[in-house]
Design a protein around this ligand. Structure first.
Ligand SMILES: [Zn+2]
Length: 465
């Protein structure tokens, strides 16, 4: 089999924000893709990291009386720990303060400039510090940013370098037409395309009064605008590892314009290939409220892991998360899904069948590398929720068949062995199909059902009260 290359990224998290379940959801989607592609034998690259420059970081560090680098060092470690605890299998954790990235971002800037796309002009307008983004007056609601209504918008007048995005309008329209797979899902593709058609304006790619950033290589009185710098991280790693273009960029809808409009234009300008697909997910709210630092309702992934375990947490979000719609979660909802689908569903099935096998010394099932039904197709078309629904239908089907056959009443040994053979093979296919989603659980199941003499063990998912 020919090994294919597969490169997946997440957005890199801004170090002035506290990461929460929304960020965790995004990392999980990318993790499923990475694990799946490794499982089917593709040469896989998975990048995540932190976005560390910008005005807000500079300010926060100052408030704490420390240097910006010291400030971001601490956050980068904390973020990385959260992802490790959630079993996110990234290959590199990139930081925009990494030497290789700084050098590469400067080279990229000069390439775009050499192509005639960067020029100096006066910027007069609005800037949202929350987004670290320039805003058009038409984008404001009651003179405030739609994502940061609790903050006053800044009015700025400064001389900046601009990127000639308007030059790329036709190019982007054509690219969207020729590559319907460029943005997923379709609803987001339409939304972005209609924004492009409404007319693109050049955007500022440098800041004059922000010192915490990468210096503009041919004019160090400016620093490179934090978004321009951050987007390039995907390419820094991609070129180093020779895995560019990215197959999928996974990100939240607040970042869709940067990734699906600015980024492809920047790449075209600097002479690089475009990523194949931008996967945009929706948002999670918590008990009916937006998850945000200012509201103080941030839930760290680790808090959920302490209650539901790693795979209990992974399961809920991958099955019921905001893939194509905003969702509201409560701890009750997660507990319910945990008890119904994991404790009573999968966990119960595994312990029930393992006990039957143990009783008669059954085992020695041959290995399988088969996905159930269309689980693999569902993953490749990003329907992680459907993939898990297919697996859980199968779990139900096996349960029903056990209740019907009542194997504990079968006295004919050949008949019983035949039934267990079939059932255990199905469970092994379930475990194989679960590998990208619930890696620990999948491994535990295979460890039980590949034994020469299957042994029952402690329940996989103890019921929660
Ligand atoms: Zn904002």
């Amino acid at each position: 089999m020919n090994k294919k290359k597969y490169y997946v990224t997440t957005a890199i998290d801004y170090t002035n924000d506290v990461i929460h379940i929304g960020h965790a959801y995004q990392k999980l989607l990318a993790d499923v893709l990475a694990r799946y592609h490794r499982q089917v034998g593709d040469k896989t690259y998975f990048l995540t990291g932190t976005d560390e420059h910008g005005q807000k970081v500079e300010k926060s560090a100052k408030e704490k009386g420390i240097q910006p680098k010291e400030f971001v060092d601490k956050i980068a470690i904390e973020n990385k720990n959260e992802w490790n605890k959630l079993n996110i299998s990234f290959d590199r954790f990139i930081r925009t303060t990494d030497e290789d990235h700084i050098k590469f971002a400067q080279e990229f800037y000069l390439k775009a400039k050499a192509n005639g796309d960067i020029y100096k002009a006066k910027y007069e307008g609005f800037y949202c510090e929350g987004c670290e983004s320039f805003k058009d007056e038409s984008e404001l609601i009651n003179k405030r940013c739609e994502f940061h209504s609790n903050k006053e918008i800044q009015e700025v007048v400064e001389e900046n370098y601009f990127f000639a995005l308007s030059k790329y309008q036709k190019f982007l329209e054509n690219h969207f037409k020729e590559h319907p797979e460029f943005v997923w899902p379709e609803s987001k593709r339409k939304e972005i395309l209609s924004f492009i058609k409404s007319g693109l304006k050049d955007f500022s790619v440098s800041r004059q009064n922000v010192s915490w950033g990468i210096p503009v290589p041919d004019d160090p009185t400016h620093t490179i605008y934090v978004w321009f710098d951050a987007l390039i991280n995907y390419l820094t790693y991609g070129i180093e590892e020779n895995c560019w273009p990215a197959d999928v960029h996974v990100l939240g809808k607040d970042n869709q314009r940067f990734h699906a409009i600015y980024w492809p234009a920047m790449l075209k300008s600097a002479g690089y290939e475009l990523p194949k697909t931008i996967l945009v997910h929706d948002f999670i709210s918590l008990n009916g409220q937006k998850v945000s630092k200012s509201l103080g309702n941030v839930i760290l992934p680790t808090e959920l892991i302490n209650k539901f375990g790693i795979d209990g947490t992974r399961y809920f979000f991958l099955r019921y998360g905001p893939l194509t719609n905003d969702i509201d979660i409560t701890l009750e909802k997660i507990t319910e899904s945990y008890n119904a689908d994991l404790a009573n569903g999968l966990g119960n099935l595994v312990s029930r069948v393992a006990k039957l096998c143990e009783k008669i010394g059954f085992g020695g099932i041959s290995k399988s590398t088969k996905f159930i039904g269309k689980v693999d197709d569902s993953i490749e078309s990003f329907r992680f929720d459907n993939a898990l629904a297919i697996i859980w239908d199968k779990i139900k089907e096996i349960d029903v068949s056990i209740n019907k056959v009542e194997p504990w009443k079968i006295t004919d040994e050949k008949k019983l062995t035949g039934f267990l053979q079939k059932t255990c093979s199905q469970i092994i296919s379930i475990a194989y199909s679960l590998t990208p989603f619930l890696p620990d659980t999948s491994k535990k199941m295979l460890d039980i059902f590949y034994l020469d003499k299957i042994k029952s063990s402690e329940g996989l998912f103890p019921r929660l009260g």
